[in-house]
Design a binder for this molecule. Structure first.
Ligand SMILES: *Cc1c(COP(=O)(O)O)cnc(C)c1O
Length: 219
């Protein structure tokens, strides 16, 4: 299927209150332009270098989201233009984003990435760490960032029960933090599990292969 057909199919499954982040990692600028021409404005990339190569070649009104693990020494490259950093997984990283945002006289939107998957390897804050970091933010420690919500990834499994349980864990944290200071974005769900994520309360989904096709990692 074409990007156009894929895109329409995904959009048909999303109500107006659910944001679609089109995950364009590994896909060429031409594919991003195609989705842009269909009306898509929010795109997600997981690597700084790839984002830096693509962004200048594409329309300036694209809202770029960084969705992959971010090293502190790379924050400075994206700080001038990034819309949202979804993958804040440490206090050190949040402090660095705050510093670079200040240098650029701006505020940067971020999501705290919480570890909800049973899998070992995934990056993310423990639930308790996410709570503690959010409290520091409320106390005024990071004036040049705006924590707009939470991001999480479920375990890669066919077990729907498990996926649901993990998403509901993040939703519960979202509701708890939202009591302390209002949040906007609950980012969970990818190509294979976004319908479940939405049932569990997601209002932002990150969809890549279901729009752009399979990724070719050999390139
Ligand atoms: C790659 C990626 C996605 C999109 O994955 P698909 O299965 O292609 O939809 C979503 N979120 C993160 C953090 C990713 O790295």
């Amino acid at each position: 299927m074409s990007i156009k057909e894929n895109y329409k199919k995904i959009k048909d499954q999303l109500t107006a209150d659910v944001q679609l982040v089109a995950v364009s990692k590994t896909h060429p600028v031409s594919a991003i332009q195609e989705a842009y021409d269909l009306g898509q404005r929010v795109f997600g990339e997981n690597k700084v270098q790839e984002l830096m190569e693509k962004a200048p070649l594409l329309p300036q009104d694209i809202q770029w989201h960084l969705i992959g693990h971010l090293q502190t020494n790379k924050v400075k490259y994206i700080a001038p233009f990034i819309d949202t950093i979804q993958s804040v997984d440490s206090e050190k990283l949040l402090a660095e984003i705050n510093k670079e945002a200040a240098k650029n006289n701006r505020s940067i939107k971020v999501l705290l990435q919480a570890k909800i998957a049973a899998e070992e390897s995934k990056f993310g804050l423990e639930i308790s760490e996410a709570k503690a970091l959010f409290q520091q933010y409320i106390d005024g420690n990071f004036p040049n960032v705006e924590i707009t919500g939470l991001m999480g990834m479920a375990t890669f499994t066919d077990n729907e029960q498990q996926i649901r349980k993990e998403f509901l864990t993040l939703k519960a944290l979202f509701d708890e933090l939202n009591q302390l200071k209002p949040l906007k974005t609950l980012s969970m769900g990818m190509s294979d599990d976004f319908p479940i994520a939405i049932e569990c309360g997601a209002n932002s989904v990150r969809v890549g292969s279901a729009i752009f096709g399979r990724r070719d990692y050999s390139q």
